[in-house]
Design a protein around this ligand. Structure first.
Ligand code: PLP
Length: 406
């Protein structure tokens, strides 16, 4: 008899996006003549940069000819892409990262979900609240938590991100082994300073812990004093892994390309206390379970670092940031407290009401869809997230409508 992994039964069904879809469908049925503007799900809406499309086409042509055709590539990614990433995203910013520490993949979702596989089930895990749900659910699947109780899983050290700490969690009093951090944050849009991040690195070093740092939104950082990579800080090479993605930076959500940085200095320990290289473990896992990203997609990603690609990506990011500023300024003018939207595509708004009540109000009275903060964790109650990923025309129409009803 085939038995299931019982941990899957602990998972709470995520009703968030299905609940949103159900409410939107009901509204559209009741109001068939009113269009709905969706500022809910964090998916990009604009086309790939022209430089990426050109490189993509060129690589497809190579695949169409026997003399230039390529089959399986290196599991860790082609050197041309790994070199460009190491040089442009790290060395150019003074971060000491080398190409053989870059693992190209098809998504920061898979990598941030899979990385925990390397570590023992009895590790203590610290996870922010509110949170990108992948970090929690993958640890539940792996059996690192107890049951769901009062809106949280037993056994996880939750790092509360609230108004009081400006949505940057405090270092826990408990001792932990694996720490998830995400900046600029989804869903709150909050950013972390070098000083604050430095304290996390010190803590991780003291604890012999590892930080999994999700920097999927780093391209939205405009303030030059904020770290775009954890490796801009001293000591991070020994205690941090970083996840990056071309999804939001260059519109690759449907094209799929991302990467994970695992420095060779990162260490974990055996039960007996012997040091083990996290890089070797991830390399073993990655090469066993993954066959890399298609050649044309890697060529398209490489084009992000060409002079034209850089200019086009900058324009793309600026476009969404203009939307974000517009949303933020309007909500503040309407008397709502906002976080994010300056160095991030998300605006986290204190709705001064229950998240779902506020969501229903925006939907039913303004025809605008946002995301209720309660869906990201118990600290998200009372908040909603508005995403800047849409056309400026839709964003300005949405804010005009919201202005009429709030
Ligand atoms: N990390 C965070 C914080 C995200 O918000 C997302 C996507 O929304 C991802 C990772 C996933 O990125 P990818 O498209 O590379 O899987």
């Amino acid at each position: 008899m085939i038995k299931i992994n019982e941990n899957f039964h602990k998972l709470q069904a995520s009703y968030l996006f299905s609940d949103i879809a159900r409410r939107v469908a009901a509204y559209q049925q009741a109001e068939p003549d009113r269009d709905v503007i969706k500022l809910g799900i964090g998916d990009v809406t604009r086309a790939l940069p022209a430089a990426c499309v050109k490189a993509f086409h060129g690589a497809v042509e190579e695949m169409a000819d026997d003399s230039t055709f390529r089959g399986y590539g290196p599991e860790q990614g082609y050197d041309f892409l790994r070199e460009a990433i190491a040089r442009e995203d790290f060395q150019a910013r003074g971060a000491d990262i080398h190409m053989d520490e870059i693992f190209v993949s098809d998504g920061a979702k898979c990598d941030s979900g899979n990385f925990q596989e390397l570590f023992a089930v009895d590790n203590r895990i610290a996870i922010p609240d509110p949170v990108y749900p992948v970090y929690i659910d993958t640890n539940v699947m792996a059996g690192r938590t107890g049951a769901w109780s009062d809106g949280r899983y037993e056994g996880i050290v939750y790092l509360d991100a609230t108004r009081d700490n400006h949505f940057v969690p405090d270092i826990p009093k408990d001792s932990v082994d694996l720490i998830y951090l995400c900046f600029p944050n989804n869903p709150t849009g909050a950013t972390i300073t070098k000083e604050q991040l430095g304290k996390w690195i010190d803590y991780a070093r003291e604890q012999k812990a590892l930080i999994l740092y999700d920097a999927a939104y780093e391209a939205f950082i405009q303030d030059p004093s904020l770290p775009r990579s954890i490796y801009e800080l001293e000591g991070a090479r020994e205690v941090a892994v970083e996840f990056r993605s071309f999804s939001k930076t260059a519109g690759f959500t449907g094209t799929r390309c991302a990467y994970t940085v695992v420095p060779k200095d990162c260490t974990a320990y055996t039960k007996a206390g012997e040091q083990v290289s996290v890089h070797s473990l991830w390399n073993r896992r990655h090469t066993t379970k993954f066959n890399s990203v298609s050649y044309p997609v890697q060529r398209a990603a490489e084009a992000v670092y060409s002079p034209e690609g850089k200019a086009q990506v900058k324009e793309l990011v600026s476009y969404y940031l203009k939307n974000a500023k517009y949303i933020r300024d309007k909500m503040i003018a309407l008397g709502y407290e906002c976080t994010g939207g300056e160095n991030s595509p998300y605006i986290w708004i204190d709705g001064k009401a229950d998240s779902w009540e506020f969501f229903d109000r925006l939907l039913n009275e303004a025809g605008v869809v946002c995301t209720p903060g309660a869906g990201f964790g118990s600290c998200g109650r009372g908040y909603v997230r508005i995403s800047a990923f849409n056309s400026f025309e839709n964003v300005s129409e949405a804010m005009t409508r919201i202005g009429r009803v709030l």
